[in-house]
Write a new protein. Structure first.
Length: 144
């Protein structure tokens, strides 16, 4: 997340009291605390933006108690994507086509376009609800 931090540092003309800037800093601090060393798994800006937007929603909806659960889920999701990408590199079939078609595809293709960001966000909402559901016991959507 150094790019976002650099942006905030470089934008010295933004007023310190600006509520948007304050919220962005607070959300980034929460992310830094919750992801800790696991932030290394966030390998692209598109993934970082999706994580930020989701955590910001939780923050704004006053559901901050769900942020650690989301981070746990998000790390699990990214690890599962990595595992599926490894299978594809070995010319094997993906084990979780749901995450590959409904999330990873929008990371790789037109990742900064509004529709890609929106689709990733919608997927994360659905997948996080699935993850929290007691009947699915912390599984990633589409996993066996």
């Amino acid at each position: 997340m150094p790019d976002i931090e650099d942006f905030l540092e470089d934008c010295h003309d933004l007023r310190k009291s600006d509520e948007n800037l304050t919220r962005i800093r607070e959300v980034l601090q929460v992310m830094d605390k919750e992801f800790g060393k696991n932030a290394q798994i966030i390998s692209s800006r598109a993934v970082a933006v999706s994580a930020y937007l989701f955590i910001e929603d939780l923050y704004l909806d006053e559901k901050t108690n769900n942020i650690p659960k989301f981070v746990e889920f998000f790390i699990k999701l990214l690890n599962e994507i990595d595992d599926n990408m490894e299978l594809l590199r070995k010319y094997k079939r993906s084990e979780n086509t749901t995450i590959m078609e409904e999330f990873q595809k929008y990371i790789l293709q037109a990742s900064v376009e509004a529709y890609s960001i929106r689709r990733r966000h919608e997927f994360l909402k659905r997948a996080f609800d699935y993850y929290l559901d007691p009947e699915t016991k912390g599984r990633v959507l589409g996993s066996k």
